[in-house]
Design a binder for this molecule. Structure first.
Ligand SMILES: [Zn+2]
Length: 377
C-alpha cells in the first residue's frame, strides 16, 4: 500500500485545490489512510489516466494505410502495435480502445502486453465488401444472417466491442464518407446479436442517414458523427436529439498534434456545430483515431484536447472529463476507469501545472501509473 501525494487532484469531474493523497493498493485506489508510506509527487495535478476511445494500434501514422495493411508482415504489425501502445501509455493514456486492426492481431497485443495500457479490442471492423477499411479483413455483405455470423465470430474471438462501418470513410479509395453501407434492419441485426452476447456496439458514421440508422438500431456509440454531405457537413438536429435522448456517446476524433496539416474545409464544417451539440447535452468524448494520418501518432490525444475545447466551447474541467470519466463510460469501463475514487483501477496521470487553467499542461507529464505501477519513462 502506498500514498501518492499531489498539489491538486482532478477526480474525473471536479478539481480539488490543495494537497491530496491518493492511496493505492494491489492495483486499485483504496480509502484514504494515514498509516501508509507516501511518495510526494511535488507540484503536480493528479488525474485519472486518460482513455483514448478510438485508436488503431496497427496503423503506422503517415503510411499508405491500405497498402501497408496489405503488405506488412504479421510480426512487423504486432511489434508496431506494442510500440504504439507503450507510446500512448508514457503520455498518460492508460486505456486505449482499438477500433480496427488487421486479422485480430489486437487480441494478441492485448493479451501479451501485461505492462502496457489496458487495450479494449474490436478486431477487424465489420464493413461492406470493398467498403471502408475493407483491407483489414472484416468484409461482410449487407445481409442480416451474414452480419449475425460476423458478430458471433467476433464474440468467439474474445473482442470487447463490436465496430461497424455504418458509412464510408476517408482513408479508403472508392469509399464515400456520406454514403451508408448498411440499412437500419441490418444494423439492428448487429446490435441485437452483440447485445445478446453482452457486448457494446460502436458505429463509424459520417453521413446523416448512417448516423440516424445507427442510433435507431440501438448502437452504444457513434464514431466521428460529422454529418458529412457530398460537399460539406449539415447537422440533422432531429437525429442529434435522438442521440441525446438515447444517451449515445459521440466520439469526436479530435485528438491530433498541434501545428500539423490544416483541417480540411469538410472537417471545419463538421466541427462548426459541435458547440451547439454540446450545449444541447450530448455526451461528446474526445478521442483521437490515432494512426490514421501523420498528425495522429499514438500519443496525440492530450495534444488535441485544447483544440477540442475550441470546437466545443466547453469549460476546461468539462473537457478533461471528456478524456477521462466520460471516455471510460463510452468504452463500457466507467465502473473501474476514468475516475479517482476508492475501488477504481489505479491508472493515474500526474502533470506539472494545472490543466484546468491551461489545458496544455496535460502534455507536461511528471508520472504515469498503470494499475498502481509507475511507468518507466
Ligand atoms: Zn478509426
Amino acid at each position: 500500500m502506498i500514498g501518492l501525494r499531489c498539489a491538486r487532484l482532478f477526480d474525473g469531474d471536479t478539481l480539488h485545490h490543495g494537497p491530496a493523497t491518493v492511496v493505492v493498493d494491489g492495483g486499485r485506489i483504496v480509502e484514504p489512510s494515514d498509516d501508509v508510506p507516501v511518495i510526494d509527487l511535488g507540484d503536480v495535478t493528479l488525474l485519472p489516466g486518460l482513455v483514448d476511445a478510438h485508436v488503431h494500434l496497427a496503423f503506422e501514422p503517415g503510411s499508405d494505410i491500405p497498402r501497408d495493411m496489405a503488405e506488412a508482415p504479421r510480426e512487423v504489425v504486432l511489434e508496431r502495435m506494442r510500440v504504439h501502445a507503450m507510446r500512448a501509455l508514457r503520455a498518460g493514456i492508460t486505456t486505449v480502445r482499438d477500433l480496427g486492426d488487421r486479422g485480430y492481431l489486437v487480441i494478441e497485443a492485448r493479451d501479451g502486453l501485461p505492462l502496457g495500457p489496458e487495450i479494449l479490442a474490436a478486431g477487424p471492423p465489420i464493413t461492406s465488401p470493398g467498403g471502408h477499411c475493407w483491407f483489414l479483413g472484416g468484409e461482410v455483405p449487407a445481409d442480416r444472417s451474414a452480419l449475425v455470423d460476423a458478430v458471433t465470430e467476433r464474440v468467439e474471438r474474445g473482442v470487447d466491442v463490436i465496430k461497424i462501418m455504418a458509412t464510408g470513410g476517408g482513408i479508403t479509395p472508392g469509399s464515400a464518407a456520406h454514403e451508408s453501407q448498411y440499412d437500419l434492419d441490418q444494423l439492428r441485426a448487429v446490435v441485437e446479436t452483440a447485445h445478446a452476447a453482452g457486448l457494446p456496439v460502436t458505429a463509424h458514421a459520417h453521413g446523416g442517414a448512417g448516423i440516424r440508422d445507427a442510433v435507431r438500431a440501438g448502437v452504444d456509440g457513434i464514431e466521428h458523427g460529422t454529418f458529412l454531405t457530398a460537399d460539406g457537413a449539415e447537422p440533422d438536429w432531429a437525429t442529434i436529439d435522438e442521440i441525446i435522448a438515447a444517451g449515445v456517446h459521440i466520439g469526436v476524433t479530435a485528438g491530433r498534434m498541434p501545428n500539423g496539416n490544416p483541417l480540411s474545409p469538410k472537417v471545419i464544417a463538421a466541427r462548426s456545430f459541435l458547440a451547439d451539440v454540446r450545449r444541447k447535452g450530448a455526451r461528446l468524448v474526445c478521442s483521437s483515431d490515432a494512426g490514421v494520418i501523420s498528425d495522429k501518432p499514438h500519443d496525440c490525444l492530450p495534444h488535441g484536447v485544447p483544440e477540442f475545447q475550441v470546437f466545443t466551447q466547453d469549460s476546461t474541467v468539462s473537457v478533461l472529463t471528456s478524456v477521462t470519466r466520460l471516455a471510460a463510460e463510452s468504452c463500457g469501463v466507467g465502473h473501474r476507469k476514468g475516475r479517482i475514487a476508492p475501488g477504481f483501477d489505479a491508472d493515474l496521470l500526474a502533470v506539472r501545472g494545472d490543466p484546468t487553467v491551461d489545458l496544455a499542461a496535460l502534455t507536461d507529464v511528471a508520472a504515469v501509473f498503470r494499475a498502481g505501477t509507475r511507468v518507466d519513462n
